[in-house]
Design a protein around this ligand. Structure first.
Ligand SMILES: [Fe+2]
Ligand SMILES: [Fe+2]
Length: 318
């Protein structure tokens, strides 16, 4: 699975990635079904050809019986050759019909299997992202909310009216998805695993990442306190500091830290991280929480699309 696949149409959740695979399989199943229908049609035409051949052989034999009664040896050689060719053609048509029937049956069985729910769940399984793909994908989801925060915070900083409920939801998203879920996986699992492989913590790249996480928490805490006293300018100021920090942080992780993890850890160790991420999702976040925040990110990004563009001035008489 490539990064392009995750981002070409914007961030997608794991289900969306699996759905893409399912769509590809559905297209394949449709192609199998179309081929089966074509084979069946060909089979019918072969069958008709065979029946015509049999009729022709019978007619020829009857004619020969009338013209050369009881003397098969006296049948002129060209007629005998023709009969042999017709019989051979009939045999080939019969074999081809049997093979076409088998092929059509196999195609139907394959199409049914591809479309079964069992196969769909198998696809879900094989569509799983790697550990670093999962974290990068979460970055893309977080960036959706960072964009919405930037737009609303700029409005608040200019003194324009903004909905305090937006900031409350954005802070909730940051605290639960970006921090508890995403940074939780990094701090509790990935960074520890990297440290065990010898990547320095204090004074090293992991220490820098941990420092960013802490600084981000301070900005969010201050923003939340400002929201409680309805000081939207202070909310905006702190959230803008947070988004600037987190964008830089995400860039460092995507381009430096995660590639480093892929270098120092084996494939089996990286796969093990995926299992442990899922445990965090299930046991610490709770079933469905990740998906709920995922939805929230899309809702916030969709509901707060920023300032409408000013219509271009129209020139009279044109
Ligand atoms: Fe991080
Ligand atoms: Fe991260």
């Amino acid at each position: 699975m490539t990064e392009d696949m995750l981002t070409e149409n914007g961030p997608r959740d794991l289900g969306a990635v699996a759905r893409t695979h399912r769509e590809a399989v559905q297209a394949y199943a449709d192609a199998v079904e179309a081929e089966r229908a074509a084979i069946t049609a060909r089979m019918e035409s072969l069958h008709r050809l065979r029946l015509t051949t049999i009729d022709l052989v019978d007619a020829l034999r009857a004619a020969i019986g009338r013209t050369h009664p009881g003397t098969a040896g006296a049948v002129p050689p060209p007629i005998r050759d023709l009969l042999e060719w017709l019989e051979r053609l009939e045999t080939m048509a019969r074999r081809a019909t049997i093979e076409a029937t088998d092929l059509a049956g196999a195609g139907a069985a394959l199409a049914a299997r591809l479309q079964s729910p069992d196969f769909a769940s198998l696809l879900m399984e094989v569509s799983k992202m790697t550990a670093t793909e999962t974290l990068k994908h979460e970055h893309r989801v977080i960036e959706l909310v960072l964009g919405a925060i930037d737009r609303e915070a700029r409005k608040a900083a200019r003194g324009e009216p903004v909905d305090p409920a937006f900031f409350a939801q954005a802070i909730d998203f940051i605290r639960n998805f970006a921090d508890k879920c995403h940074h939780g996986k990094e701090e509790g699992i990935l960074f520890k695993a990297m440290a065990e492989k010898g990547v320095p913590v204090e004074g090293g790249p992991i220490g820098v990442m941990l420092g960013d996480h802490e600084e981000g928490r301070r900005f969010v805490r201050t923003a939340r306190e400002a929201l409680d006293r309805s000081d939207l300018r202070a909310v905006a100021e702190n959230l803008m500091k947070y988004t600037a920090l987190l964008r830089q942080h995400i860039m460092k992780e995507d381009n430096v830290l995660y590639p480093m993890a892929e270098r120092v850890m084996s494939q089996a160790e990286l796969d093990d991280l995926v299992e442990r991420f899922e445990t965090v999702e299930r046991e610490e976040m709770g079933e469905g929480t990740h998906e709920r925040y995922h939805e929230l990110a899309h809702t916030l990004a969709g509901a707060y699309p920023g300032e409408p563009e000013r219509p271009a001035p129209t020139t009279p008489g044109r």
